[in-house]
Every structure is written in structure tokens, then in C-alpha cells.
Design a protein around this ligand. Structure first.
Ligand code: C5P
Length: 236
């Protein structure tokens, strides 16, 4: 995010937001990017912000449990997202340098879920996330987008899938990238991360009361995207 983007837009509350929350591996990243691209809206990958805080803290060798230190890292994070017009993953610059594949590693995901459990870190990222809200609209992907960050969102989706299916998807993804993977190990990590995300004291991973629950266990990405776009067209 550059400095110009960090200033709140006037009348930001009138900008429509679609929130897509859910656990990792539910497909929400891909689904959110596709919906943003179809609608011509902006896209917020809030998980990337937590992952970037974790990366920056790991690089500084900070103790991931040191709440005040990690909150400073979150507040001072110098990050810019360069959007890809083809709905691919945006390029991320941390302190001006492109972040590589390490941001998507299990180590980084695990560290992100640790720092995400710290209330001061969540607080430090709140305004940054809300600053993504700009016309013509925003699709926000995360865990607490509908419940905490954009409670007035026009449409809230909670996308889920069974842990076994999510582990399979992750396994396939890693294999396709030529990386080594162990299905049983991935399932354990997913369950551990879910438990941490669902049981933390602040902004736990729970559907907002007014969210539509979508189970993607037996649905392909296209089917999920079509369903959400239909729900949106019925509301607007
Ligand atoms: O979505 P992703 O897997 O990239 O998120 C990494 C971690 O960041 C999650 O496991 C979760 O702990 C945290 N997170 C969060 N709130 C969000 C987005 C991500 O706590 N809105």
C-alpha cells in the first residue's frame, strides 16, 4: 500500500463491500480475486498483511509472542500491492523489494496465525484494511472481514470446506509447484491452524451473523463464483 492509498476515502462507507471469510484452503483467495476481477472492483487479501507482518518479524528475529514489538512491526509495515489485471496473485513489495514464494509457505502461514492472535497487531492493521475501501467496490478476503473489519458489508460470504478436502487441495498445489508435501502432515497443520484461528480471543474465525454459508467441499471454483455473483446481483 502506498501513502496515497492509506488515506481514507471520503464517504468510504458508501462504497459496496463483499466480504469472503473462511479457513485456509476453502478457495476464498481464488474466488475473491475472480469476483473482484469480474466486477472490476478492488481486492484486499488481508491474510497477506498478517503473513507480511510475520515475515518482517521473522527477518528481524523478533519474538513472535512479543505483542508490543510485533504491533510496531505491523504499524510500520511498508507494503505495496501491485494488482494483476488477469486476476492472478498481485505482486507484493515489502520495503520496496518483491516478496517471493516464502509468503505462501507453511512456516509463514503458521507464523502469521501466531501474530494474528495478538490483539494489538489486529488493531494496528485495522485502519490499513479499511483504507482499501474505494469505488467502485471492494472484495475483502480473510477471517474477520464481515464480523469486524467491514461489519456494514453489502454481502457477506463464509466459505468453508472439510479439513480433508482442504489438505488435499494444498497437497496438489505444492506438488504442482514441484515442492515436497506430506498429506497427513498438511492435515495436522490445517487442523492446528483452524483451532488457533477459531479459538483466539479477538476476531476469531466465525461466520458473521448475517453471512451466507457456502460449503465448497464438493463444488468447483467456477460454481462457487457463479453462486456468489448471483447472490450479489439479487441484492443490488
Ligand atoms: O488467509 P491466509 O492463510 O493467508 O492467512 C494467514 C493467517 O493470517 C491465518 O491463518 C489467520 O491466522 C490470519 N488471518 C487473520 N485474519 C484475517 C486474515 C488472516 O487472522 N483477516
Amino acid at each position: 500500500m502506498n501513502e496515497r492509498e492509506t488515506r481514507p476515502e471520503k464517504g468510504a462507507e458508501k462504497v459496496p463491500v463483499i466480504t469472503i471469510d473462511g479457513p485456509s484452503g476453502s478457495g476464498k483467495g481464488t474466488v475473491s480475486r475472480l469476483i473482484a476481477s469480474r466486477l472490476g472492483w478492488r481486492f484486499l487479501d488481508s491474510g497477506a498483511l498478517y503473513r507480511l507482518v510475520a515475515l518482517a518479524a521473522l527477518a528481524r528475529r523478533d519474538d513472535l509472542a512479543d505483542e508490543s514489538k510485533i504491533a510496531i512491526v505491523a504499524r510500520e509495515l511498508d507494503v505495496e500491492f501491485k494488482l494483476d489485471s488477469d486476476a492472478g496473485e498481485p505482486q507484493i513489495l515489502l520495503e520496496g523489494s518483491a516478496v517471493g514464494g516464502e509468503i505462501r509457505s507453511e512456516t509463514c502461514g503458521d507464523a502469521a496465525s501466531r501474530v494474528a492472535a495478538l490483539p494489538a497487531v489486529r488493531e494496528a492493521l485495522l485502519a490499513r484494511q479499511r483504507d482499501f475501501r474505494a469505488l467502485p467496490g471492494l472484495v475483502a478476503d480473510g477471517r474477520d472481514m464481515g464480523s469486524v473489519v467491514f461489519p456494514d458489508a453489502a454481502l457477506k460470504i463464509f466459505l468453508d470446506a472439510s479439513p480433508e478436502e482442504r489438505a488435499q487441495r494444498r497437497y496438489k498445489q505444492l506438488k504442482e509447484k514441484g515442492m515436497s508435501a506430506n498429506l497427513a502432515g498438511l492435515l495436522d497443520e490445517i487442523k492446528l491452524r483452524d483451532a488457533r484461528d477459531r479459538n483466539r480471543s479477538v476476531a476469531p474465525l466465525v461466520p458473521a451473523v448475517d453471512a451466507i454459508l457456502v460449503d465448497s467441499t464438493h463444488q468447483g471454483i467456477d460454481e462457487v463464483v457463479t453462486g456468489i455473483l448471483e447472490a450479489w446481483s439479487q441484492r443490488s
